[in-house]
Design a protein around this ligand. Structure first.
Ligand code: GSH
Length: 224
């Protein structure tokens, strides 16, 4: 069976996991700490990043965007990418937005709440977190608040890779115990809750919570 390597807390592992589930492709999950640059890890991905999808013949595929594109080609149904060229470009744009800016700011909050306290032995600096959110969230979330749809599909009203990519990093805020402020970004927050409530996204919750607990107690990702 295919294997998906990487901690369930990673937004990129989550994105790939949800895509696999949406497409009904069976896989097993394997823990891998991306910060421990072991020789076997670097052999799979010289960049030392997760996720990695291990194929049944032992071949490896790296990068969530490359893997999700691959999944679309081996299992076209249900489609996660729009057929219309302009809609497809928009979907790839939202995927990029989720993979870059949104991941950077949400991961920073996760680190401030979960990883830094255990590694430094100091409590969460609530003032520092609030200042970070006040500075970095309005520009990033203001745009999404204007774009958020009523349903599950931010592009052409159809659920797909854009929605998966935008919801995956925001889940880090829930795991950090610092969920997105629904009063400040009501449309986007409601949209995010719909996406993360899908069975595909709920199927990773147990693994996410368990991995977060390992981070909270050790400061490191779980390993096999
Ligand atoms: N563009 C890559 C980004 C993957 C990525 O940055 N993964 C993080 C985990 S969330 C990682 O492995 N970081 C380890 C490192 O950069 O040293 C993708 O979409 O898969």
């Amino acid at each position: 069976m295919r294997k998906l390597h990487g901690p369930a807390t990673s937004p990129f592992v989550r994105k790939t996991w949800i895509a696999l589930k949406e497409k009904g492709i069976p896989f097993e999950h394997r823990q891998l700490d991306p910060l421990a640059k072991t020789a076997s890890f670097l052999k799979m991905n010289p960049l030392g990043r997760v996720p990695i999808l291990e194929e049944e013949d032992g071949d490896y595929l790296c990068d969530s965007s490359a893997i999700c594109d691959y999944l679309e080609h081996i299992q076209p149904d249900p489609p996660l990418y729009p057929a219309d060229p302009r809609d497809r470009a928009k979907a790839l744009w939202y995927e990029e937005y989720g993979d870059t800016l949104l991941t950077q700011i949400c991961a920073r909050v996760f680190w401030m709440h979960i990883i830094i306290p255990v590694r430094t032995g100091t409590p969460v600096d609530a003032a520092e977190v609030a200042a970070f959110i006040d500075e970095h969230f309005p520009p990033a979330l203001g745009y999404l608040e204007r774009q958020a749809p009523e349903g599950d599909g931010i592009v052409a009203g159809r659920f797909g890779i854009a929605d998966i990519s935008l919801a995956s990093p925001v889940r880090l805020l829930d795991l950090a115990g610092a969920p997105l402020d629904a009063g400040r970004w009501p449309r986007f927050e409601a949209y995010y809750r719909r996406i993360i409530g899908r069975p595909s996204a709920q199927s990773i919750v147990q693994a996410e919570v368990a991995a977060t607990e390992v981070f909270r107690t050790t400061g490191n990702a779980p390993v096999e």
